[in-house]
Ligand binder design. Structure first.
Ligand SMILES: CC(C)(COP(=O)(O)OP(=O)(O)OC[C@H]1O[C@@H](n2cnc3c(N)ncnc32)[C@H](O)[C@@H]1OP(=O)(O)O)[C@@H](O)C(=O)NCCC(=O)NCCS
Length: 167
């Protein structure tokens, strides 16, 4: 990965929650409460939470929570710290999470994204997600629509190759 060194993607731990919550707060107008991340780690067996850490000091630069619901991988949240965007971390994290979910049997993946969030939509389109539904006025802060995006071919070899290219 050009421009950034010593990137490691690993499962999120309790000790990461403060830094993860900070990224969440910097990234979303409706961030999760900090306790939600602890709940995901301690109490939600469907949850697969990941972080990307960078540099010698192993700073947490990106985070993702994915829910594995039977054979569906739902992206609950994904964000990169503003200081580390456009360095490939979001893509790398998403690819790790989806490949792990694929190994656990996930057949497809779903997520919701704001209609105006073109950066995230561009990322998801590169992974093969397509808009399959619109949830009108889904977001309670500004009444923005959510686009439901679906990745349908998670078990295919073509998808594995596509995802692996982001690692
Ligand atoms: C969306 C987000 C997670 C992307 O993270 P990132 O680490 O910057 O993304 P990457 O560097 O891995 O980008 C991979 C590709 O996604 C696309 N992309 C990412 N950010 C983009 C932007 N601002 N504009 C256009 N395309 C973008 C590009 O195709 C990019 O590849 P490229 O840099 O080679 O052109 C990040 O912008 C973010 O945290 N946003 C706020 C939170 C958010 O919206 N999360 C998603 C909620 S559904």
């Amino acid at each position: 990965m050009a421009g950034i060194e010593r990137v490691v993607v690993r499962r999120m731990e309790l000790a990461d929650v403060e830094a993860v919550h900070q990224i969440d707060t910097l990234s979303f107008s409706l961030p999760w409460p900090e306790r939600s991340f602890r709940f995901e780690l301690l109490e939600n067996p469907l949850s697969r939470a990941w972080v990307a850490v960078v540099g010698e000091e192993k700073q947490i630069a990106a985070m993702m929570v994915l829910w594995l619901i039977v054979d569906e991988a739902h992206i609950g949240t994904l964000a990169t710290h503003p200081n580390f965007r456009r360095l490939g971390l979001g893509a790398r994290l998403l690819a790790h999470g989806l490949l792990a979910a694929r190994e656990e049997g996930a057949q497809q993946s779903f997520l919701e994204v704001r209609r105006g969030n073109l950066a995230a939509q561009a990322l998801y389109q590169r992974f093969g997600y397509e808009v399959t539904a619109v949830r009108a006025r889904y977001y309670r802060d500004n009444g923005e629509d959510a686009l439901l995006m679906t990745l349908a071919d998670l078990q295919s070899e073509a998808c594995r190759v596509r995802l692996t290219a982001f690692l």
